[in-house]
Every structure is written in C-alpha cells, then in structure tokens.
Design a protein around this ligand. Sequence first.
Ligand code: SAM
Length: 507
Amino acid sequence: MPEAAASPSPITDPWSDAMPQALEGEILNQRAWRMPDIVIYQHGPEEWWVAPLDEELPLVRLNRMGASLLGAMDGRTTIGALLNQFGKWVCSPHHLNGRWHLERWATPRFSLAYYGTEPPSGHSAEAKWDLLLQKVREGWHQNVKAETEDHLSKFHVQGIQGPHGHFEIIETTVSHLFREPCEAMQGLTYGRLLGKTLRQMGWLSPKPTHIVEVGAGLGYVSKELAGELSTEERQGIAYTFLDLTRPFLGSQTSLARQAGWHATGIQANAECLPIASGSVDLIIDNENLADMTPVHLSEEELLTFKGATPQHDDALHLIRRMRLPLIPPFPDEVIFNYGAMQFLQEAWRVLKPGGRAILIEFGIEQDWPSPVRLPGHTEYEVQFSHLRHAAKWLGFREQYCTLPQLLGMKRDTQVLCTGAAYTLRRFCQELKKPFSVRAYTERELKTALGDLHRNINGLHYHNVLDPAWFGLWDFKVLLVEKPGGLGIGQPPAFKTAGGGLRWYTQR
Ligand SMILES: C[S@@+](CC[C@H](N)C(=O)[O-])C[C@H]1O[C@@H](n2cnc3c(N)ncnc32)[C@H](O)[C@@H]1O
C-alpha cells in the first residue's frame, strides 16, 4: 500500500479553503463518531463516496482503506489510535492519506464526523444528527450578532441570484418537499391538499375574485391550488403574487399561468403592501412570516417604552397600543416579530369585509422567538400568541391550529430523512442523473433512483410527524377573517372539518 503526500497541489486543490483541524494535544485522546445515518454510495468495486455538508466542497471519494477509516469511527476509538492506524495510508483515489481526512471530517464544512469525549447528545450512546447539525449551523453563522435588523429584506432583494437550487439547498420548505403527490398528504400534493382544505372550510365560496399570494417561492402552491378549482371557477379570479425576490416572481407567474390562473407579479415587501385598501378576498402566506423584519428589543426599552431607534419606537408603540400582555422580568434582549405584525396590519387594510387570510409558518406559543440559522441568512420563529393577540386587536375573527392538524396528515407514513435526500442529490448531480429533494417514501425513492438504489447504504426513513424529520408540529396555521362580509350574522365562517380537526381555543 503506497504512502501518500499530505495534500495535493494547491493550484488544483478544490479543498484549499477548507481549513484543516490540527490533530495534536488533547484532541488525540478524544473519540470519533461518524455522522449518524451517513449515506454512502459505492461507485465501483473499490470506490465509495460521501458528501460533505457544505455544498461548495467536492464529494469525498474513498478507497477501501478510507471506507475502513469511516467504519472505525464508531465512538470507541480515539483520534490518536485512528491516526496511528490510518494516518499514513492512502485513503482515497485522490491519493489523500488518512491524516488528511482525519484533519477535516469533523470540521463544520465537512460534518462527516464528530470528535469529543462524550457522544454529542450527552445523554445516550447515540450520536444525534440534529445536535451535530446545530453545531454546524453555528459554524456557518459566527457573525449573527453583527446582522442588522434589515438583513432579511436585503438578503431577499440582493442575495438570491436565481430560483434554481434555492429551495433544494438553502431553505427547503414543507410545500417544496410535498410538491409531488405523497401518501402522507392523502396521496395529494401540499398545494392541492391545502386547496381541498380551504374548500372544506368554505373559503372558496363565495368564490374569491382577488387572491394575493405573498412569498410564494417557486409557485408550486398556486400551481397545485389551480387543480382544486374547475376552469369555470378560476375564470374571473385575479391571482397576484407579491414577493421581495425578483427571480422568484418569474417562476411563480409562469407556473401559475400554465396551471390556468390569470396571474401577475409585484416585487414588494409584504410589510408595506402596494395594494389598494379593501380590494382582496383571500391572502395566502405560506412559510414567509419568519423572513420578516425582527426587532431586537432590550430589557430597558421594554421597561421604559423608549426605543433606541425610530423602528424600535414604532415596535414599542404598537406593543403598547395593542396592549400585548408582556410580563417582566424580561431577558436582556428579546426578538419581537415586528415585520409579521406590520404585515398583519396590512392584511387587515387590504382585505375586503369578509376577506380571509391563511398564514402558515414555524413558530412558538410561549416565550420569545429564537433565531434559526440557515446558510446565508437567519430567520426568526414566529410568536403565535403575539400574532393572535394582534389579529384579535385588529378586529379579525381568528382560528389557530398546527399544520399537520389542518391538513389531516397521515401520521404513519415513513419518509426519507431530508439529510439523505440532500446527499443523494449531490451524488446524482455528480453522476449527471436528475434527482430532486422532496419527501420520498421508500417505494417512491426506489422508482426515482432505479438501479442506483442498490449501491446506496445508510438510507433511513422517519415517521413523517416525527420531530426528527422536519419538525412539522412546529408549523402553525393562523386563519383570520375580516368581519362584515356576507357571513355576518351567520354561523362561524370556519367549518371544523369532520375528521377530528381540533382548533385551539377560540375567541
Ligand atoms: C421560505 S420562502 C417560502 C416560499 C413558498 N411559499 C414555499 O412554501 O415554498 C419565503 C418566500 O417569501 C419571500 N419573502 C421573504 N420576505 C418577504 C417579504 N418581506 N415580503 C415579501 N416576500 C418575502 C421570499 O422571497 C420567498 O419567496
């Protein structure tokens, strides 16, 4: 077995900006865990591939020695012992030795392994994928404190170059995962099931004549929603997309027009809608609230109602006007979903009497929102009890439930781990084989991968409602209706669907 040089020539080295970790001192006594449920592709009799977490880095190719090194990272062996056993041997077809791999695999950009004295979960023998991922995300976002409150709108206006890949890599949404029919969605797509649910709730009759979809991403929800309405029903409906990201508007309008909507797009911020008052029947806002402006309020600002900036003053003024019940003591700093509140006020303004809005996003009901770190930007949990309070204060009739409840999702469906789907996408990209990230059952994945499926190891499936899959229980739905429409004096406009749908406390 030939020994290898420590690294390839820097000129052609695609790894040159991936900083290695020095293997010396205490670290040599730490143990190594390979990433739990790592997905491995066998490309040939003597070649295996694994994917670093960072999309910018090339795939890691291993020979038999490299595969043995990965196999030996089982939490029992120390880094020192692994270095002795594999350090000098060629571990990949690129002639990289074991030391080269050991120096990189536990860095955030690779995230193929974890080094420590205890397993990362701290309380069980199992290394936990989500905890590892959290560490990785912290690695991506060392500059969180420096982010300004307008970084989200800047990111959407300037930071997204094109629609391709954004929802496959940067932020995969629930509607993106379920854009193809899936057993978990009663054999339908997300958008189609949402449409069916709106119909069951009576929201499609009388027919809305002006629908505004805010932050529609690629436009799959509207495409699928179109299928729920007949051609005759769609006639006379104006479908307006409003999005901060210009490149998404093209995809939204073209998918919607193909699906039969009379669609137009406006590039604008949902926190200040360029739409006439009292002109809209239905607003759809799917997974967008967490992207709206956060305001970081200090304890002192909350206690004195004096803001450090005009925007903070506005936020405090709003809190006071709507008598949001905030009880001291407060943490040193809190996040207030100011942008989402602005949007809700705008929704009140632009809706016709009797008009309705459906707002879906991940969030919490107690305490203060936390930041959620994604590549290139940070989003913020939505505090739904604050938002519901604001909705009632504005005059809306409101209802609230979780997303799985709204859609009556089938809890026993097993779907592919999303981490595995990202990895498969990379393997297929390298093999020039089409593959898209979505929620796959095992049968659907076998069809999508064909013969390739036999050469993949480590594929694993979760119950679709298991928090370890996509945290679907964290997604909440706020349904609001502006009184004064035909429904006034009638029984409540929201029908509770037959199949056990239970709303949270209503007004
Ligand atoms: C997480 S994506 C959700 C996309 C889509 N609704 C889905 O479910 O896949 C957020 C969307 O909202 C848009 N967006 C973010 N902030 C916005 C704002 N303040 N006003 C309007 N659109 C915004 C983004 O450009 C993107 O289309």
